[in-house]
Write a protein that binds this ligand. Structure first.
Ligand code: SF4
Length: 560
């Protein structure tokens, strides 16, 4: 501030379709340019408890303080700004805008209270809008800090006006950019930032600085719950802001929509248009899985902002980027399979010949993947490693496991034995979890890098699933079979050429899967513990970072 005068700074007029900048967005810009970009350009808003607390405050605190909240919206084409001031007051012949903050003021060296720079910029922008609105000169603005019940004055002088104009200019420039600005250098800001779970600044710092003591800003568990509807004839309707689920002979269940993360309908449950609209309005995806466990598709709200998809297309259209990601992904998957085989057989002394031959083959394929020169070679090596892994899987089952639960090779559509029916059902649930994370992050599920768009399945979903098949489903499934948790008659429907899960089998599999998603583990890149449900989303966000300045974070997690 101070190098420019407001008179010397000229703003270009807004183009016909260009919306004005919100004053709140200018505040975000002053706080952190990345925050401004995520909110204004990518339209990501996550209200944390501080934001909710702030809203309540606005409704009560002014009155407690004898100030009448006269909040109204003002806009100016000349400034390219729009905003809603918290309150205005006419004092000593001039209008004064007031902004209310719940926190404490900044303390100068002499301990006098001052406005924080972002707050000062915001209230001065309101002051300049108020001038246009009232056709009078505003000389001063005020910020009220509720935590200390103190009001500080902010002069609307030449420096302040220049700062507002420069911020508008910078905001308009950033709105045109397709690259996210870098994270702030002041990590203290991130602790209070509602978009930290999207931005992942600590994960970038941990990657850049060895020994960085990461603060977990990413939620360890999902906010809402996944509702599975498994019985035929179930009806899902809406009552106000709740979903109500009615099943024959079962008491009606009611879920407030804010507690729901997603809805999964297995088989032929009916959902009303009203319930679908409620889900769409709250960005709650609805997934359909056949009774046999095949993932059919999903319904989700708006397409989301396009910038993330443009960056994804640009990055994955580059053959070198796609090959690098494919190699890392395949390596992570195959190494996970190898580690599991070794871990699960560490007490077998010596390991059986079949396991050892699978281990040797997988080790060779890991070396091949690291040097593969094309994505089709990566696919070939990965596929060969996977075949060796599946051949070894029956050797991980205990001697007392009934013959009916042992796999007869790998069969998918349809599954020909109980083991494959369970494997396929769990992978369909995993498909749902991964697709949901991809939608939440705003990426295009149809555009991947290892899988080809040949089947109805989304290639990017299949790509990300590779990281989680072993830890999220193979391990708990084999554990449950070894614990004899499956009833070979009750839990399966067996016909001459196919095997499906029965109603009781589906319920058991869903419980096993959902419990696994809640298990926590320490993510090696992030350096903190989080649930598998959150790990899937974290990994999708780390993938996105591959083309938003920070490479090398994706697919680094390994089974221990
Ligand atoms: S988390 Fe930190 S770097 Fe990211 S937007 Fe928020 S303040 Fe900026």
């Amino acid at each position: 501030m101070g190098q420019h005068t407001s008179a010397a700074l000229k703003l270009e007029p807004l183009a016909a379709q260009e919306p004005p900048i919100r004053v709140m967005a200018l505040r975000a810009l002053a706080y952190c340019e990345r925050l401004f970009y995520l909110e204004e350009v990518e339209e990501i808003y996550v209200a944390n408890e501080l934001v909710y607390a702030g809203r309540t405050l606005h409704e009560e605190a002014f009155r407690q303080d004898g100030l009448e909240p006269r909040s109204f919206e003002m806009s100016s084409e000349r400034l390219g700004l729009v905003g809603k001031v918290d309150a205005v007051r006419h004092r000593d012949g001039s209008w004064v805008p007031y902004e209310l903050k719940r926190g404490r003021p900044y303390r100068a060296k002499d301990k006098s209270p001052r406005a924080w720079p972002a707050d000062a910029l915001q209230v001065c922008a309101y002051g300049m809008l108020l001038e246009e609105f009232t056709h009078t000169r505003v000389k001063e603005c005020r910020v009220r800090y509720d935590a200390e019940k103190v009001t500080v004055r902010v002069p609307l002088d030449e420096d302040a006006r220049a700062a507002v104009l420069m911020a508008v200019h910078r905001a308009r420039h950033l709105r045109e950019a397709t690259e996210r600005p870098p994270i702030t250098r002041d990590e203290r800001k991130c602790v209070r930032c509602s978009l930290a779970p999207v931005c992942l600044p600590e994960e970038e710092r941990a990657y850049e600085h060895d020994g960085w003591d990461t603060i977990r800003l990413f939620p360890a568990i999902p906010d809402g719950r996944v509702i599975h509807v498994t019985r035929h004839g179930t009806r899902i309707g809406r009552s106000g802001e709740t979903l109500k689920i009615e099943e024959r002979d079962v008491e009606k269940r009611v879920f407030p929509i804010h507690d729901v993360d997603c809805l999964v309908i297995h088989g032929y449950g009916q959902i009303t248009t009203q319930a679908l609209m409620l889900c769409a309005a709250h960005n709650i995806p609805v997934h359909w899985v056949t009774a046999g466990g095949r993932y059919v598709g999903a319904f989700s709200g708006g397409a989301g902002p396009v910038q993330r998809r443009i960056r994804q297309y640009m990055a994955l259209s580059n053959p070198a980027v796609a090959l690098d990601l494919a190699r890392r992904l395949a390596h992570a998957k195959v190494e996970g399979q190898l580690r599991y085989l070794l871990r699960a057989t560490c007490k077998h002394k010596p390991r059986t010949e079949s396991v050892m031959s699978a281990v040797e083959r997988i080790r060779r394929r890991l070396k091949d993947i690291a040097h593969a020169q094309s994505i089709s070679s990566v696919r070939g090596y990965e596929g060969d490693g996977a075949r060796a892994y599946f051949r070894a899987l029956p050797h991980l089952l205990g001697h007392d496991v009934p013959e009916a639960m042992r796999p007869k090779g790998r069969s998918r559509r349809p599954p020909r034995d109980r083991f494959n029916a369970l494997l396929g059902f769990g992978y369909a649930l995993l498909n749902r979890s991964v697709l949901q994370s991809i939608i939440a992050v705003g990426l295009e599920p149809a555009f991947g890098f290892l899988h080809q768009p040949r089947t109805a399945a989304h290639p990017l979903v299949l790509d990300i699933m590779e990281l989680f098949r072993v830890p999220v489903w193979d391990i708990p499934l084999i554990g449950s079979i070894n614990r004899r948790q499956w009833d070979t008659e009750q839990d399966f429907s067996v016909t001459r050429d196919r095997v499906w899960l029965s109603g009781s089998g589906r319920k058991k599999a869903i419980n096993l899967y959902e419990r696994r998603l809640e298990d926590r583990w320490k993510h090696p890149v992030a350096g903190y513990s989080l649930s598998y449900a959150r790990t899937i989303e974290l990994e999708v966000r780390l993938l996105e970072k591959e083309w938003t300045l920070k490479k090398g974070l994706f697919a680094r997690a390994r089974l221990r």
